[in-house]
Write a protein that binds this ligand. Structure first.
Ligand code: ADP
Length: 489
């Protein structure tokens, strides 16, 4: 069963959704943090302003009091009087003798939204001085930092700033911040909603983009499917953008071209093979029918049987050639390759052709490098040698010479068979390696020549990773060269 999670589009979408979610969440968290920090800074500035105002008021009051004598006493006794609040003022605060002006008290009274309060604590934790609206139970942070203590925090609906003062004193100035907190909560909700909307739009966009991105893949698979069903002419439409998919389309189109050519070749081959087999079959059938019509004399029977035999031999040679081709095509790989002595194989082939050479009065000169051992398919190489030497003899008018050479050159084994026979015209040179191609069609009656020999030679050379070529001049002769990469193991 095909699950949606198997589809590339779904997978792209899943990854995209996840990454988009992470990015949006990250963005929102940073934004919220910055917004909260900014608001906290603004609140702290306002609270500090209030603190400054309170201290200034106390100092102003201190100046109005007669503290000169106290100051001089303090100097005499080396008493430390760190600004801004003197020990004298502290004493006054402890004994509740110092009363803040009305307008200052107003600033630190009531429990309305946004009210301020302050608390000044003794080092032992007792309250030294506090506004009337200060919360009764408020826990001060750990005061180990001493005078350096500077803590700002949110507690319930309050923003509180704690400071460490001289001689272990601690102060807290706070503000009720319900409206500011509501504002921030509203901002958080709006941002979350906007982020959610953006994510959903992003998902839709991602789905659309993923769909567009894999559309060419769909087209490619549809085209490949149609081709597999037999529409060999169909090709993938290329956008010409040179994108990865366009490049894939190009590669596939090229493969489809090759597939079409191979299929055409196969069809042609089947048609040619049927055609080649039909001629001798027709001869056999028509001759036997003719003989069966009425009784004949022995001479006629002999002639008819001779014709049938020749046709049979021709068919045998054809079927043999076809079988060899089929086997070579099936092999294609190095399955049957083994270390073989090419020198001995070539010598054997020359020896086998000796009677034919003598019959045609041909002189064969060989230049064979000794000890040429290479990893090849030995059966195939025998066919290759026999076909090249056989062709040089059978397509030679006689009375001439053939040169055979075997050598290793630049890590290649080179086999050359040259003759001074009839030669091959330029227009045939390319075609002689095609199956069933014979230059002299009048010799098609010759049962040994099926037109498959050079096709086999080429296929064997290619199966060994080599090449096969020919140079020839009409009336001067031909030279066939096969080169195969040398493999010794
Ligand atoms: P065939 O069975 O006819 O020899 P091949 O495929 O071996 O088929 O050769 C194809 C054709 O190439 C031959 O019919 C022949 O006309 C030509 N040919 C091959 N070898 C030679 C040669 N050495 N000299 C002249 N023509 C040749």
């Amino acid at each position: 069963m095909r699950l949606p999670t198997n589809s590339i589009r779904w997978r792209l979408q899943a990854w995209y959704s996840f990454l988009l979610l992470v990015a949006i969440a990250g963005f929102c968290l940073v934004t919220l943090r910055l917004a909260w920090n900014d608001q906290a800074k603004r609140l702290d500035r306002v609270i500090m302003e209030k603190e400054r105002m309170l201290i200034e008021t106390v100092l102003r009051m201190e100046r109005h009091m007669n503290v000169d004598s106290f100051r001089s006493k303090s100097r005499e006794s080396q008493m430390e009087i760190p600004p801004p609040i003197t020990t004298y003022t502290l004493e006054k605060l402890r004994t509740h003798e110092l009363e803040l002006p009305e307008e200052v008290v107003k600033n630190f009274s009531g429990k309305d939204e946004g009210h301020y309060f302050f608390i000044l604590k003794e080092p032992d934790g007792g309250v030294l001085f506090a506004s009337e609206n200060a919360p009764k139970s408020i826990s001060f942070p750990d005061s180990k930092a001493g005078t350096d203590m500077d803590v700002r925090r949110y507690r319930d609906n309050f923003r509180e700033c704690f400071k460490g003062g001289p001689r272990g004193l601690q102060s807290c100035l706070g503000k009720e911040v319900t409206p500011e907190l509501q504002e921030m909560r509203a901002f958080t909700i709006s941002l979350s909603l906007a982020a959610g909307t953006f994510w959903i739009i992003g998902l839709w966009g991602g789905w659309w983009i993923a769909g567009r991105a894999i559309q060419p893949i769909k087209t490619i698979s549809e085209t490949a499917d149609n081709i597999a069903r037999g529409s060999l002419k169909e090709r993938i439409e290329l956008k010409g953008t040179d994108s990865e998919l366009d490049q894939l389309g190009q590669v596939l189109n090229h493969s489809f071209d090759e597939l079409e050519v191979a299929m055409e070749r196969q069809k042609q081959f089947t048609a040619d093979a049927s055609h080649e087999l039909r001629t001798p079959l027709t001869v056999i059938l028509s001759e036997s029918r003719r003989m069966l019509k009425r009784s004949r004399n022995s001479e006629e029977y002999q002639k008819a049987l001779q014709a049938c035999e020749e046709s049979g031999l021709r068919m045998k040679s054809l079927v043999q050639g076809l079988l060899l081709l089929a086997r070579q095509e099936r092999k294609g790989t190095a399955d049957d390759h083994e270390l073989s002595d090419l020198h001995t194989m070539m010598k054997d082939s020359i020896r086998e052709h000796q009677p034919l050479l003598e019959e045609k009065m041909l002189k064969l000169n060989s230049e064979l490098e000794t000890d040429v051992k290479a990893v090849v398919d030995p059966d195939a190489m025998k066919i290759l040698f026999n076909n090249l030497i056989g062709n040089a003899i059978s397509h030679h008018p006689g009375n001439g010479k053939i040169e055979v050479s075997l050598q290793t050159l630049d890590n290649q084994v080179s086999v050359e068979v040259a003759d001074d026979g009839i030669g091959i015209a330029k227009e045939h040179l390319e075609k002689i390696f095609e199956r069933f191609y014979r230059i002299d069609q009048s010799r098609s009656g010759d049962y040994e020549h099926s037109g498959l020999g050079l096709a086999l030679v080429k296929l064997i050379a290619e199966n060994h990773g080599g090449t096969c070529s020919v140079t020839s001049r009409v009336g001067e002769g031909s030279r066939f060269t096969v080169t195969i990469p040398f493999r010794s193991s």
